[in-house]
Write a protein that binds this ligand. Structure first.
Ligand code: R5P
Length: 301
């Protein structure tokens, strides 16, 4: 087994390779004048199980094309199996037609990865369960539920409540509320325009409670920070959030710093060199190493 690292994440592939005691190769990615990517991989890949690690995060299109080119390189080098470990799966939010003639982007991206030659996908907290159905190859969609559950083992005794910032995230929130055996609330959110969000009212009891907001993605920070203001106005005692994929676009960090949010837990599915003290990173290294160890063992038994 060999891990091939794309350019999206400088440390995760090395850390997983160390845990699995397998070699890690860094892909050499250069650009032509017109910005086309030029990929080189040095190392023997023939008959190997190759894990390509690449989050399709910002710049999403470049990272996606790089992933497709890496898959093709590995396929042409004669690898036995190509496993794509994609901690953050860009385009996953566009998993349904939202307006007349809208493309089904998440499905198209899944087809491209498959057509390039991927045999197996390992990912984390996909935006929706139905996205797994866009692939014909196997998809292991790991969950952060265990990581978040460990953080709040005293939640039941300390008047906590789980809050979903929108109806779409209700199942995710319900899983954590069931795991911690505490109540659940949901905010009625709408998107008047793409990229904008309006928060209407809260369904459920949050007054004088310690609120844990759970979501899959924080991008502009609009959803999370508007939710914190609404919760505070309605009497929440404290507000913490667990959001798996920290896209953190534009002035997101500033919005977080100016919000009543006390602590934001994210994962390292997307790499950030620097983060403010309010933000704490929960590593997914073990989660991914264990899943990949299992794939390899399974294949060789
Ligand atoms: C929406 O359905 C997602 O689960 C997130 O709530 C959303 O993508 C967050 O985006 P933003 O931070 O830009 O509001």
């Amino acid at each position: 087994m060999i891990i091939l690292n794309g350019t999206s994440h400088p440390y995760l592939a090395e850390s997983i390779a160390t845990q699995l005691k397998v070699p890690c190769i860094q892909a050499d990615v250069k650009r032509f004048e017109d910005q086309e990517l030029c990929i080189k991989v040095t190392g023997e890949l023939y008959e190997e199980d190759v894990i390509i690690l690449q989050s399709t995060c910002k710049p999403a299109n470049d990272h996606l094309i790089e992933l497709l080119l890496l898959i093709d390189t590995v396929k042409r080098a004669g690898a036995r199996r190509i496993i794509c470990a994609i901690p953050y799966f860009g385009y996953s939010r566009q998993d349904r037609p939202n307006y007349k003639h809208s493309p089904l982007s998440a499905s198209l991206v899944a087809s491209l990865i498959e057509a390039a030659g991927a045999h197996q996908i390992l990912t984390l907290d996909l935006h929706s369960k139905q996205m797994e159905g866009f692939f014909k190859v196997g998809v292991q969609n790991m969950s952060t539920l265990g990581l978040y559950k460990n953080l709040f083992s005293d939640a039941k005794e300390n008047n906590y409540v789980i809050v979903s910032p929108d109806i779409g995230g209700l199942l995710r929130a319900q899983s954590l509320s069931n795991a911690l055996d505490i109540d659940l609330a949901v905010i009625n959110k709408s998107r008047p325009q793409p990229g904008q969000c309006a928060m209407h009212h809260i369904i459920g009891e949050i007054k004088d409670k310690n609120c844990i907001i759970i979501d899959d993605i924080i991008d502009s920070g609009g959803t999370l920070t508007k939710a914190t203001h609404l919760l505070k106005e309605n009497g929440a005692k404290s507000i913490t959030a667990c959001v798996t994929h920290a896209v953190l676009s534009g002035d997101c960090l500033q919005k977080i710093n100016n919000s009543p949010l006390e602590r934001l837990y994210i994962t390292n599915s997307i790499y950030h060199a620097e983060l403010p003290p309010k933000v704490k990173v929960l590593p997914i290294d073990d989660l991914f190493s264990n899943a990949l160890r299992f794939f390899h063992k399974d294949r060789n038994e």
